[in-house]
Design a protein around this ligand. Structure first.
Ligand code: SAJ
Length: 451
């Protein structure tokens, strides 16, 4: 009876938007989530162990570069709906609902490092009391919520999951760079440890998103989340393998994929010079974690990951071959690399293929100048202030992201600034090969390599 009373109480608080929320981890996932819940009217405590983050957020600012996020933060901080703090246990004690959004990176051996999550869970458990809901939004290996998270919460608090408190895995699904829109529009998967857990979380997420709310159990939610990114990674690997085949047989992979994609049930992704970011390179490894010792049977996701990981090296090889074919010694050549972020039109340099390409080219003694007006990173290379400065007296231009501005390069103007016999290595296939050739470039692209 008490359980039902506590559940009804919490649901009513959620419906009245006065359920207090603590969001643990104010990074790329937690901070936009905290701001959106606060904007929906909930009193939110944003918790981070880093003082600098708490200070910045308290001033209504953030280092997480998401369009619209600073404006929203300012609004909810001024309204008093969002307060940032370093005190996890205190914030959890006051909260009715705690949402864990800490990072779950890979270690050097590409195994999940769950230390941040464990520490967060211990602190959450120390502040836990009856009638509360704990939500894990962090991306985790299958089984983590119902095993590791539940066990830590129960052991440290002495409470029983599903009886005294509720537990849900509600994976984040936001596209970095479009977080606010996706948080309020995307469908969400609600993986409850019990039916009651899902019911309460359903009421909560209904208040921030117009998307459909899909109810399941914790582990199905974990697998679904991981498979979204693993599917994308495998699909891109397939496109990359096609690109390598096309380079061998002298076919343009872009044309081949466009033709194949006219079939109503085919949707091949785009090949490229690498797959970066915080999610795609990591999530297949988390998904494979439970079967890590049975490697032989699982031969799709791991080789796909390896192929995608190889693409920056392949791009380096294309640059070297193209320079040599044009009578240029790599160690005496200068390359302009356009695009530093991990994907186009983004300022985010996490796991960027550009970094590996820069290191590979530098190792060959190639001089590099980088250019990306959207991204602050330079990966240790000289950085040009504009495109003219970038391509001045270079032997080769390597395109690493599909930024809108790189698609509109004035090839005639660029050609007038480069050295003789210039090369373009198009890592994103955004430059028209005929146009490039017309303006006197030797054009090489992923999936378009002519010996
Ligand atoms: N890429 C390709 N070819 C493609 C598509 C992408 O080479 O056809 C490359 C991009 O250049 C980039 C990398 O893949 O380097 C990843 O970019 P992305 O746009 O696929 O995705 P992310 O990492 O920014 O965000 C993904 C999204 N997942 C899916 O679209 C299935 C997002 O919705 C997730 O919320 C996010 O991961 C996450 O946080 O898990």
């Amino acid at each position: 009876m008490e359980k039902l009373r506590l559940k009804t109480e919490l649901i009513n608080k959620v419906r009245n938007r006065n359920a207090k929320i603590a969001v643990i981890g104010l990074g790329y996932v937690g901070l936009p989530a905290a701001a959106v819940f606060a904007d929906a009217g909930f009193p939110v405590a944003g918790v981070d162990i880093k003082n600098e983050i708490v200070e910045t957020v308290s001033q209504g600012k953030s280092d997480v570069k998401e369009p619209g996020l600073n404006d929203l933060l300012r609004k909810v901080i001024i309204k008093g709906k969002l307060k940032a703090t370093t005190k996890t246990v205190k914030a959890v004690k006051k909260a009715d609902i705690t949402i864990i959004c800490v990072q779950t990176p890979l270690n050097k051996r590409k195994q999940p490092n769950l230390e941040y999550l464990k520490k967060a869970c211990k602190k959450v458990a120390a502040g836990l009391s009856k009638g509360k809901l704990v939500i894990v939004e962090s991306t985790v290996p299958p089984g983590t919520t119902k095993n590791m998270v539940r066990t830590i919460l129960e052991k440290t608090s002495g409470l029983r999951c599903g009886e005294d408190f509720w537990l849900v895995h509600c994976p984040e699904r936001i596209l970095p760079g479009n977080a606010l829109k996706e948080l309020t529009e995307n469908s969400r998967i609600i993986g409850g440890y019990t039916k009651d857990s899902s019911e309460i979380a359903f009421e909560l997420y209904k208040r921030i998103t117009q998307g459909t709310l899909l109810i399941t159990d914790c582990t199905s939610a974990e697998i679904a989340k991981l498979s979204e990114n693993a599917f994308r990674d495998v699909n891109i690997a397939f496109a990359n393998e096609l690109a390598l085949i096309c380079e061998e047989v002298g076919v343009d992979v872009q044309e081949a994929i466009a033709l194949a994609n006219t079939h109503p049930r085919v949707k091949i992704h785009s090949p490229g010079c690498g797959v970066g970011g915080p999610c795609l390179p990591k999530d297949p490894c988390l998904l494979l974690h439970p079967v890590a010792r049975k490697k032989a049977k699982f031969g799709v996701m791991k080789p796909s990951r390896e192929l995608n990981d190889y693409m920056p090296n392949h791009t380096v090889q294309l640059v070297i071959q193209a320079l040599k074919r044009n009578g240029k010694a790599p160690e005496k050549s200068k390359v302009a690399l356009l695009g530093l972020s991990y994907k186009g039109n983004s300022n985010d340099a996490r796991n960027s293929p550009a970094e590996r390409i820069i290191h590979g080219l530098t190792a060959q003694g190639i001089e590099i100048v980088v250019y990306d007006p959207l991204c602050e990173e330079n990966f240790g290379s000289a950085k040009a202030r504009n495109i003219s400065e970038a391509v001045h007296k270079v032997d080769c231009i390597v395109v690493t992201t599909d930024n809108e501005m790189f698609k509109k390069l004035d090839l005639k103007k660029v050609r007038a600034l480069t050295n003789d016999k210039p090369v373009i290595v198009d890592g994103r296939r955004i430059i028209n090969p005929s146009e490039a050739k017309k303006h006197g470039f030797y054009y090489v692209g992923i999936g378009y390599f002519h010996a």
